[in-house]
Structures are given as C-alpha cells and as structure tokens.
Design a protein. Sequence first.
Length: 393
Amino acid sequence: MESVRTQVVIIGAGPAGLLLGHLLHREGIDNIVLERRSNEYVLQRVRAGVIEWGIANFLEEAGVGQRMRAEGLVHHGIEMRFDGVSHRIALSDLYDGRAITVYGQQEVVKDLINVRRSYDAPLHFDSEVTGIEGLNSAHPTVTVTAPEGEMTISADFVVGCDGSHGVSVESVPRGYMRRFERVYPFSWLGILAEAPPATEELIYTRHSRGFALYSMRSPTLSRLYLGVRPDETLDAWPDERIWEELTVRMATDHTAEIGQGPIIERGITPMRSIVVAPMRYGRLLLAGDAAHIVPPTGAKGMNLAVADVRLLAPALVARIRGGDESLLNSYSDDSLRRVWRAEEFSTYMTQMLHPHPTDDFENGVQMARLRQVVESEPAARALARNYVNLSSV
Ligand code: FAS
Ligand code: PHB
C-alpha cells in the first residue's frame, strides 16, 4: 500500500472541498483533494443555481469568478406568485443595489477544477476515503481506495467536505457530535430543459396543488422544480405530466406560457434540514453539506458551503503556519451561528411556499406570511437581505 504525506487532506470535490483546496494552495499549504466519483460525474451533476452577492464577490477575489462574471445572469429581483397573481420582490431596490447571480453549481465546480489543474495540485477522482484514523493524534491518516490501489495519506488536518452521510462524520466517536434534523412532507422534482426561459427572473409559486419554481441557467436553458410527495418517483412523472403541472401551477391571468423543450436532466431531492454540531473533532474539521443541509427553497446550500470555507481556510493557515489555534477553536461556533440563520430562513421560505398536505391551520398562517412579504416593505426588505446576502453577514 502506497503511503503519502501532506499538510491537509480534503475529502470531497464539491464546491467546499475544491474551494478550500484552492485557498490553501494560494497560501502555500500542501493539500490533497480526494473524490470518490469520476471527473465526468462531478462535472455533470446539476444542483444549485443562485449565488449570493457576497459569495460572488468572494469567488471573484479568490480568482475563480471570471467566467461567473462573464456568463452568470445578474438578477435584481424575484417573483412570488400565489392566488394567480405575481408580486415582484425588488431585491436590489430593497438592499443597497445588491443582486444575486444565477450561475450553475456545476459551472463553479468546473472553474475550481480548471484552476486546480492549472497549477497541477493533487486532485484524485475515483478515489474513495474508506477510513480515517488518529483524529486525536498529531498526524491523522486516511485510507483511500483509488484506481491505482489502496493508499494511506498522513496529514496535519483532515477536512470532511464529503456531503451528507459522509465518512468523516461517521469517523467521530458516537455521541460526540449532535445531529439536528427536520424532514419536510415533500420533495422537489427538478428538471433541466433545453428551453428559453419564459421569464427574466426567478418565480417562486405557491399553488393549491403545490410548489413550483421557475429558474434558469442561460438564455437557452431552463431549470424548473415542482414540489411533490416525498414518496414520488420519476417514473410517475413523464414529460407531459411535468409540463402540464408546471403550466397549471405557474398560471396567472397574463402568464407567458412556460418555455418547453427537451428535458436533459431530471431528479427528485428530498426536502430536509440537518445540522451537525460541533463542526470539529480533534484534527477533523467539517465544511459544507457534511455539516449542514438546508431545503433548497432559500437557495443557501452552496452559499453556506463557500462561507464555511471562507472561514476555515485562514484558520488552517494560521494554525499550520504559525501555530495560532484561535481561529480554528472558534470556527465551529462562528460557522454554526450562520448555519442556524440559514436554517431559519430556508425553513421560513419552504413552509411559506409549500402547502401543507394536512394542516390547514398551518396553511392559513403561511398564507398570512406570504401576503405580508408582498404587502409590507419591512417584511420584503428582511427577505431581500436574507435571500441576497445571508451567508456574508
Ligand atoms: P457536495 O455534496 O457538493 O460534495 C461532496 C463530495 O464528496 C461529493 O462529490 C461526493 O462524491 C464526495 N464524497 C462523499 N463521500 C466521499 C468519500 N468517502 N471519499 C471521497 N469523496 C467522497 N442547493 C441549492 O442552493 N439549490 C439547489 O437547487 C440544490 N439542489 C440540490 C440537489 C441535490 C440532489 C443535492 C444532493 C443538493 C442540492 N443542493 C442545492 C445543495 C448543494 O448545492 C450543496 O449545498 C452543495 O453541493 C454543497 O457542497 P459540498 O459541501 O461541497 O458537498
Ligand atoms: C436553481 O436555479 O437551481 C435554484 C434557484 C433557487 C432556489 C433553488 C434552486 O431556491
């Protein structure tokens, strides 16, 4: 078995792992990124779409935002649609001119992979971490099953950027980390279609038949979602049914028809909230979905992952380069304050926009919240600040 030594081992080549690897490399900290999936799989995985104002600025400062600035769609508002009427939330007017950028997560991942390739730092695909030992020692080790065989890597620190249910959390003694979870009574059926979006801005819809979201990736690519029952499967949703349901739920008295076209990607994602605390055990740190999951209604998942890494990278540099552990010691508490804020906002958006299947009192309360957002400027301003920049305040 091959043995390798580095300063930081990063498990997972999603936005968190790849960005952390890049930030550490820029500071001269040796690191290895390990990804169990193939390069092709990681690049085609369609997920998040909205980048917050502060996060977009950070990606640009980190030197990985050029294509995002060139190709990303800058949006100054979103629409909230219910009772057949559309209400625009003028995000930028409500929040000092700040805007969101619509740019697919797989494009962010592509930019991060390309920059890592440009300086030839270690990035191993098809390489699954199967074990982590010695997290309370000075040099923990990870065991990797890679195409070239088994490998052990010894490091100063291990960072779990391995998403939910990853090996990193499983390596911590049972009972040390708490897992807070909420499961919502619906899932999202998401499609990517080769169809020009029939809207300039995102449309969030609450309809008696369920939730719908109209998003996009480019002037020719639409990204659309339907709230469905949690036990739904894709084979119950042929293309015709998807388009018909989207049309019904998005309809207003003057709606432009939904732009239809070939569906090139589809999937069903469960709606849940998870927080794992603390986000550290000895020489193991957690970042991104490994530590928290939010329902995507608030468009916070990827933004939170980047915000964790923005805090973790300088903490690791200070500790490895100068022995200063203070930032590492405060990393979990500082991150969890932001994570719980994102959980609150994502839950607020999810409950407000998804009719509850059985609880009509809950539905009455949620409709009142929705009407308040479109009738009260302070309520709209609060939503704008959380939607546009929660992860950076
Ligand atoms: P990721 O899950 O992106 O990356 C973790 C990586 O670790 C994966 O590539 C995995 O293969 C790898 N890994 C796991 N175990 C490993 C092991 N043992 N060894 C090596 N590698 C390992 N967010 C939104 O804002 N909007 C959305 O619409 C949205 N849709 C989503 C749909 C789905 C199906 C999922 C799962 C998430 C979605 N999210 C969405 C959230 C998503 O964008 C995450 O927040 C984001 O991917 C977080 O990035 P990472 O923390 O890097 O985790
Ligand atoms: C997306 O474009 O994929 C998207 C946008 C907003 C959300 C979730 C997903 O809240």
